[in-house]
Design a protein around this ligand. Structure first.
Ligand SMILES: [Zn+2]
Ligand SMILES: [Zn+2]
Length: 110
């Protein structure tokens, strides 16, 4: 018999790390290798959120502001105090750098 000795323990998005108090904070009680949605002891289920690869550094694209897993170095910024830092863009912005929308365009989009 394959008793479940360990549980997945995942919590709902937004409730990670909260004390296991309240229906929304209850962790998933399924096995660590379960498939599909998480489920807690109350019978609630929620979708599994892919866990980001912890090996990928959280580099933010300077053009679009989104974190990218494949940063491309475009420059180095010197700072008077402390070390400088390298600027990165994501592949999308490198090849197709979108022009920032003008305020009038933003208004039209709304
Ligand atoms: Zn789970
Ligand atoms: Zn970008």
């Amino acid at each position: 018999m394959n008793a479940l000795t360990e549980t997945c323990g995942a919590q709902r998005p937004g409730f990670e790390g909260r004390p296991h108090i309240g229906i929304n904070s209850l962790p998933c009680f399924l096995g660590t290798d379960h498939e599909g949605c998480h489920r807690n002891a109350w019978g609630q289920s929620w979708e599994r959120v892919p866990v980001p690869d912890v090996n990928v550094p959280d580099v933010v694209c300077v053009a679009c502001g989104n974190p990218t897993g494949a940063p491309i170095e475009i420059g180095y910024v010197e700072r008077v105090s402390g070390p400088g830092y390298v600027q990165h863009v994501c592949p999308d912005c490198l090849y197709e750098r979108p022009a920032l929308p003008t305020p009038s365009e933003q208004l039209r989009a709304m």
